[in-house]
Design a binder for this molecule. Structure first.
Ligand code: GUN
Length: 287
């Protein structure tokens, strides 16, 4: 039987509708409008699309969004100054600096400068630490989206072997941290470019999460029959978007799989809205 398709677009829409309803209630009861400030430096075409989609999603859900566009020539000091201003602006609840930044800028210093209570991307080490200890303030949007998909799709996790391919700070590492937390209880392996016989490791996965950034890296023969496959990859190949998984081959082996596009991508934006709403509530000490 071909794999069930986990419809990220539909799940994301449910989350966005929930955020829209709760935002409407917050505005009605308190007058507070959740506000995301996005910062885009330079004109990387993919980043332009991502930021536009985030802005559009905010507007549709009734959140306020402000885009700060800076030229490629922006200095580290200029960007730090803007972040300090956004940190102090009481009307701003979430700050997002779109990555990647131009090469001459120090991303780590920039991300560390964001006030942790406005860090809706959850990239600040304080938020990473809180999540790792199982008391999250914000959860990074892509891994949070994957967890939501597993939950909604009723994928059993306790005692299952989850294999994460990729060890990035944005996806791989937080993904592993979430899967191993109490209540989720997966047994987690992280694979990376130096992992020996990665195919053999992947074939032991009940849940395989591909976040490696290589088009169709995961082949059908790297999957255990019946595995649940989550494809985090968004790769542009000849103007076409492809994931990190060979989708057609995987469909014949997996029990469930996320498509690209229409899988994890829409979830990331939905979880960003959720984090921004949460931030607005927390700033005003509402539960
Ligand atoms: N670039 C690619 N993914 C992301 C993300 O989740 N957040 C930000 N800020 N930049 C990104």
């Amino acid at each position: 039987m071909p794999a069930q398709i986990i419809d990220g677009k539909a799940i994301a829409e449910t989350v966005r509708n929930q955020v829209a309803a709760e935002t409407q209630r917050l505005i009605r009861d308190t007058g507070i409008v959740p506000h995301l400030a996005a910062v885009l430096v330079g004109n990387d075409p993919a980043s332009e699309v991502y930021v536009r989609n985030k802005e559009r999603a905010c507007q549709k859900a009734g959140l306020r969004s402000t885009l700060h566009r800076l030229s490629t020539a922006t200095t580290q000091a200029d960007l730090l100054e803007l972040i300090a201003a956004l940190n102090h602006d009481m009307s701003v609840h979430g700050i997002l600096v779109q990555l990647p930044l131009p090469k001459h800028l120090d991303s780590t210093q920039i991300l560390d400068a964001i006030l942790p209570t406005k860090d809706v991307d959850a990239f600040h080490p304080e938020n990473t630490g809180l999540m790792l200890q199982g008391r999250p303030r914000f959860v990074p949007c892509t891994p949070a989206g994957v967890m939501k998909m597993l939950e909604v799709s009723k994928v059993p996790t306790a005692g299952r072997h989850a294999v994460v391919i990729g060890r990035s700070d944005i996806v791989g590492k937080p993904m592993a941290a979430l899967l191993v937390q109490k209540g989720i209880d997966a047994t987690v392996t992280i694979c990376h470019s130096r992992t020996a016989d990665i195919g053999a490791v992947c074939r032991t996965a009940d849940i395989l999460i591909a976040a490696v950034g290589i088009p169709e890296f995961v082949k059908g023969d790297m999957l255990k029959p019946g595995a649940v496959v989550i494809d985090v990859g968004i790769n542009r190949v000849n103007e076409r978007l492809v994931g990190d998984v060979d989708f057609v081959a995987a469909c014949a082996v997996a029990s469930a799989i996320t498509p690209v596009p229409g899988g994890v991508g829409p979830m990331t934006i939905a979880m960003l809205l959720l984090n921004t709403l949460k931030s607005a509530r927390m700033m005003h000490r509402l539960s």
